[in-house]
Design a protein around this ligand. Structure first.
Ligand code: HEM
Length: 455
């Protein structure tokens, strides 16, 4: 396993981190940090070695080389989680090799599509709770931030469906704690201003408190009373792995870290997708109308079921198109464990590898009018024409997302139900500015007002 250890695990970022090095590049582009990388890809791609301070970073722009790194040689290009150890600990997402297999195998059944039918009633419960909140916003007319709303919904869905718990923590507080850590572009500013003796908004003490809060969440979830004492939950699978004497690697700390991972990897990404989908459908009322009509046709007056999910083809296409335009994971990091060669470029051991997924999603070579929102691309013959690895919202190869298929169920069901009852109105700047944190986030969030239909 390759992991850069931090001197103080609670500090924000690491000066040796690739994020520190990328920050000036990304910040230079006002409003859309992706643009600079797109231009670099056009001018110098498909494989560009750059020396950043004392480190060699290899930037990769072409899907065929994504395949090389992620699918053909995943043991040569191993995981690299610069500065994010406090968020993930030693969870599955950060490990490699035999250990990774041992950690992933006992949890994998929770993400088998056959398990989703059982989760849908719990997803629906969480969506209903969110609708109650939105009905209040509609009444008061106040403006609110959407990513925080969808984050709390995604966290509730995971807790209910995968852990058999109601959230035993305040999700709004935890949302802010996690943001402190994942907003990697801000860390450099904070550090430099602190060194210059300036005032800065986040002290190390505050950052340390935020991480303490985050670390307290998994034990709270474990200790909370189960809702229904279900036997086949992810949490039960994790507890069984801890009790398994033949699996000494899966200890109590591993269990805690796995929960951290799900509450970040399973919430942040799902929440961003839903928030961006609500933004896009607010800007494209014809798409929102089509989702409402599809919901009426497929589900009528009842809540969606597993069979309905398959029939909600257009709503699903909107989610897929949203992840193409705004992939929550916009770039992938790896480190070369040994020497190799890609497209004639020498790769040295310890080189950092950066795969620019967003670039492939927006490349006109692979997508007609890539900046246009066209859910129809995902339906019928058009969908079959896709170039392999030009769309990788969930990564590729054996390290691809364990929860990707489940997140599509969550988001499709949420989008159709929320839009059938509400008309969310985006009231922020146009287009929203982007922030390239570990995920692709709207800078300052997505402000909305809510309107309840038929009211
Ligand atoms: C729209 C939603 C989601 C997106 C876009 C997404 C994206 C990703 C991506 C790109 C990776 C691979 C990262 C890499 O190769 O470096 C990944 C891994 C992972 N994701 Fe997701 N994810 C989503 C939802 C979820 C959900 C709902 C869960 C679980 C509840 C989840 C759990 C994980 C885990 C555990 C891994 C690590 C897998 C491994 O290394 O074996 N994700 N995700």
């Amino acid at each position: 396993m390759t992991m850069i250890e931090q001197s103080n695990p609670k500090q924000l970022g690491e000066e040796s981190s690739i994020w520190f090095k990328l920050t000036p590049l990304l910040k230079a582009a006002n409003g859309n940090p992706m643009q600079i990388l797109m231009q670099m890809g056009e001018r110098y791609g498909p494989v560009l070695p750059i020396n950043m301070a004392n480190q060699r970073v290899i930037m990769i722009f072409d899907p065929q080389y994504f395949k090389h790194v992620m699918v053909t040689k995943p043991d040569t290009y191993v995981k690299y989680f610069d500065g994010l150890t406090p968020i993930f600990g030693k969870s599955m997402i950060t490990t490699d090799g035999a250990l990774w297999q041992k950690i992933r195998a006992p949890q994998q059944p929770a993400f088998h599509p056959g398990a989703f039918d059982g989760y849908i009633p719990y997803f629906n419960q969480a969506i209903k709770t969110k609708m109650d909140t939105w009905a209040e916003y509609a009444k008061s007319g106040e403006t609110f931030e959407m990513v925080e709303q969808t984050w709390t919904l995604a966290a509730d869905m995971i807790c209910k469906a995968l852990f058999d718990r109601d959230m035993p923590f305040n999700p709004h507080v935890i949302f802010k704690c996690v943001k402190t850590y994942t907003d990697v572009m801000n860390h450099k500013d904070i550090r430099l201003r602190k060194q210059a003796g300036e005032m800065f908004e986040m002290s190390d003490e505050d950052a340390s408190k935020a991480i303490d809060m985050w670390w307290s969440v998994p034990p709270e979830v474990m200790a909370a009373k189960p809702n229904e004492y279900r036997e086949k939950t992810l949490l039960k699978m994790i507890e069984a792995a801890v009790a398994d004497e033949d699996l000494p690697e899966f200890d109590q700390q591993q269990a805690i870290d796995e929960l951290k991972q799900y509450l970040w990897a399973g919430t942040e990404t799902t929440a961003l997708t839903l928030a961006w989908a609500l933004y896009l459908t607010s800007k494209h009322p014809e798409a929102a109308a089509r989702i409402r009509a599809e919901g009426q046709e497929v589900c009528g007056g009842r809540e969606p079921t597993a069979a309905d999910y398959s029939a909600l083809q257009y709503t699903r296409a909107v989610i897929q198109e949203t992840m193409r335009i705004y992939p929550p994971i916009w770039g992938f990091l790896r480190v070369a464990a040994e020497a190799d060669e890609i497209a004639g470029v020498e790769i040295r051991k310890d080189d950092r590898i950066f795969l620019f997924g967003y670039g492939a999603h927006h490349n006109p070579e692979f997508w007609e009018e890539p900046e246009e929102f066209r859910p129809e691309r995902w339906i019928g013959d058009q969908a079959k024409k896709r170039v392999k690895y030009s769309y990788i919202p969930f990564g590729a190869g054996k390290r691809s997302c364990v929860g990707g298929a489940m997140s599509q169920v969550e988001n499709t069901l949420a989008l159709v139900q929320l839009l059938r009852r509400f008309q969310p109105e985006y009231v922020g700047q146009e287009p929203p500015a982007l922030n390239a944190t570990v995920t692709l986030t709207p800078k300052g969030g997505l402000p909305f007002k809510m309107h309840e239909l038929n009211n």
